[in-house]
Design a protein around this ligand. Structure first.
Ligand SMILES: [Zn+2]
Length: 417
């Protein structure tokens, strides 16, 4: 009842002012992050200003081992890892601390703060939230930082507001905008360039061998091909890079990625970690259930294919790379698994190469690019989605995707998930 009354009130307001002038009814969210290197934490504030809407409740999942000192205006309750916040009618703020350092299983850090810099993900600073608000409203979110003394720089996957005091947080997938993707701050050097309509930014701690110019140069020739293949690029892409003790690999996030400073732009086997992670960051395609090989295979295939299209990989090097995959994938009989291993991914690369050829051979001008473009809005992609998209692109069911490599698990095998 309460919510219906609110919705009606909201409609009345929206009708009273011309839509063009007022825009959609909305509430403002102000995220403020203060980095505290000595404590190894960030002090985070989420402030809600109702504007012409109304926010009744925000529920967040906060692991007590990482999020502490949760308090706020209105009513805050916490039970296990669930926090429920009911802000006052006039708006208010929720405050908490987040413990930053995090190590992956194989040793390196994927989040770290020291005296000079911090690398962390926005999705961790602000956990996913379920918001109860006036029906049909959108949030307008800004992200601001308070940096310790001597820290000169901060970068995020978002563009700066016109006044340059805050980042404009937008998430076309959700009504409630929250900051996600990689964030870097501190004594950090940044290089940025406008490439194919996208603000491409490379940032990393000063004094480390971060390949800012190399990556910008690489992006200058590859990003136009990414755009041609998959459509529009995000308005900004941020690459965060640092050396040890950070994780020795690449990790993608929305509109952003982390790449260890020691990683070459093209590996000995001819693949490119940078283009692989860019594929993830731009398409956001994930394999559903046991279909991780779809996301990993596509990212790895396009790390070769886009580098070739950009003229950075010769035809003979391209063939050698596929031959390497053939050798590396020797003995792989099934691709479906929760996490695609290196050998599985190599086999998936060969499968996608065959699929690309099949589509190109069946319909003039069609290619695997069409399949990827169709899968981007799906996000979490199953084998059935892939088969359907390939059929639409080529006009007939794919023979390549009928391979025993991707056969459903036998009925007698334990069914996972
Ligand atoms: Zn990957």
């Amino acid at each position: 009842l309460l919510r219906r009354a609110l919705a009606l009130a909201a409609i009345a307001i929206a009708a009273a002012v011309p839509a063009a002038a007022a825009g959609r009814i909305h509430y403002d969210v102000d995220y403020h992050v203060e980095f505290l290197p000595r404590e190894g934490q960030a002090a985070v504030t989420i402030a809600i200003d109702p504007h012409d809407a109304h926010v009744t409740r925000i529920r967040l999942r906060m692991d007590p081992g990482r999020y502490s000192e949760v308090r706020g205006d209105g009513r805050v309750t916490r039970s296990g890892d669930r926090v429920s916040w009911e802000p006052p009618d006039a708006g208010g703020a929720l405050h908490y601390r987040y413990r930053i350092d995090h190590r992956r299983r194989k040793g390196g850090y994927d989040a770290r703060i020291d005296a000079r810099w911090v690398i962390v993900r926005g999705d961790d600073l602000v956990p996913a939230a379920a918001v109860t608000a006036t029906q049909g409203t959108d949030s307008r979110a800004r992200l601001r930082f308070t940096l310790p003394k001597g820290w000169s720089n901060v970068d995020t996957p978002y563009r700066l507001a016109r006044d340059a005091h805050a980042f404009v947080v937008t998430d076309p997938q959700h009504r409630f905008d929250r900051p996600v993707g990689w964030i870097v701050a501190g004594d950090v050097g940044t290089r940025r360039e406008a490439i194919a309509g996208c603000e491409f930014s490379v940032a990393g701690p000063k004094g480390e061998r971060v390949r800012r110019n190399d990556m910008i140069a690489f992006a200058n020739v590859t990003l136009p091909h990414v755009q041609r293949a998959f459509g529009k690029l995000p308005p900004k892409l941020l690459v965060v890079s640092a050396g040890d003790p950070m994780w020795r690999g690449g990790l993608s996030g929305p509109r952003s990625l982390f790449l260890h400073a020691a990683r070459p732009l093209v590996s000995e086997n001819g693949t490119s970690s940078l283009v692989h992670e860019l594929f993830h960051a731009v398409t956001r395609i994930r394999g559903a259930g046991d279909d991780d090989w779809i996301a990993e295979g596509l990212a790895e295939y396009y790390s070769i294919e886009l580098t070739r299209r950009a003229g950075l990989l010769s035809a003979s090097r391209y063939e050698k790379t596929l031959a390497w995959m053939q050798k590396h994938a020797h003995g792989v009989e099934h691709l479906r698994a929760r996490h695609s291993s290196g050998r599985n991914t190599a086999r998936a690369v060969l499968l996608f190469h065959e699929l690309d050829r099949e589509i190109q051979g069946r319909r003039e001008g069609a290619s695997l690019d069409d399949v990827v473009r169709a899968l981007i809005p799906v996000r979490e992609v199953s084998l059935a989605d892939l088969r359907a998209a390939a059929q639409r692109a080529s006009g007939a069911p794919s023979k390549v995707l009928a391979s025993p490599l991707v056969a459903e698990p036998a009925a007698s095998a334990p069914v996972r998930k």
